[in-house]
Design a protein around this ligand. Structure first.
Ligand code: NAD
Length: 253
């Protein structure tokens, strides 16, 4: 699809898998130069033409160095898509310790902000840029068994609004998507953790997730990636500070 981003530079975090990989694929196909950021890369990398940077988004200095390298190599960061994220689901709220709490907040909220800060610094100098963050419908509604995750994803909605306000006069837009249940390893890992206790295989657990979706199916990484690309593209040039649900109709607000 032509997103109007051919020849532009995009940084996509969490690009080794799932939604981030879907976004990288869309952007490469649209002719953008994509720098993927992730903790590690599969041994058998696919043939996607993407520069692969091995970085933890919660390591502030490494993030700033990586963005500086991208700018030195291509002259810009036109698009940043913050997909990197984790969850630590627990049986009840009393099981969360400091390690769980900090890991989820550090990566999903603080790390996302480090990436946003580093990219925005360069975007502001050029007077243009688009940033898209991934929240979750858990960040709107709350979610039992995933308390730090839901808190971090709520923070992402607010970081999106606050940075959008500050950057709007400087030509930089910031938006977010709130996915529902998307068919990636993220949910399969939850299926491996909780499925057996409910007498369900991982496949059955994932199928059950689809039952609460009005559209009757899980989302695909591409379903989310295309909304992200719209928000990253000039086609949404008058949209900022918004969080769009991409959830097959679970939430309607
Ligand atoms: P995924 O686990 O398939 O992919 C996440 C990627 O992020 C992985 O490649 C992982 O290595 C990377 N990552 C994790 N920690 C990182 C770090 N510290 N630094 C750099 N990279 C890191 O998950 P996904 O389903 O593709 O999820 C992508 C985003 O969408 C996450 O933020 C997730 O919270 C959010 N989300 C997912 C769903 C869903 O149903 N799958 C729903 C709502 C929101």
């Amino acid at each position: 699809m032509d997103w109007g981003l051919a020849g532009r530079t995009a940084v996509v975090t969490g690009a080794a898998a799932g939604i981030g990989h879907g976004v990288a694929t869309e952007l490469v196909q649209a002719g953008a130069r994509v720098f993927g950021v992730d903790l590690s890369w599969p041994d058998e990398t696919d043939e996607l033409e993407m520069d692969r940077l091995t970085i933890d988004v919660s390591a502030r200095e490494a993030v700033h160095k990586a963005v500086a390298r991208v700018v030195a190599e291509t002259g810009e960061v036109a698009v940043l898509v913050n997909c990197a994220g984790i969850t630590r689901a627990r049986d009840d709220m009393f099981e969360y310790d400091d390690v769980d709490w900090r890991a989820v907040l550090d990566i999903n909220a603080t790390g996302l902000f480090y990436c946003l800060q580093a990219a925005a610094e360069h975007m502001v100098k050029r007077g243009d840029g688009a940033i898209v963050n991934i929240s979750s419908i858990a960040g709107r509604n709350g979610r039992g068994l995933s308390i730090p995750y839901a808190a971090a994803k709520a923070a992402v909605i607010n970081i999106t609004r606050s940075t959008a306000l500050e950057l709007a006069p400087k030509g930089v837009r910031v938006n977010a998507v709130a996915p529902g249940a998307i068919d990636t390893e993220f949910n399969r890992r939850l299926g491996a953790q909780f499925g057996p206790r409910q007498g369900l295989s991982v496949d059955e657990y994932v199928e059950k997730l689809a039952e609460r979706v009005p559209m009757g199916r899980l989302g695909t990484p591409q379903d989310v990636a295309r909304v992200i690309c719209f928000l990253a593209s000039p086609f949404s040039g008058y949209v900022t500070g918004q969080t769009i649900n991409v959830d097959g109709g679970i939430l309607m607000d």
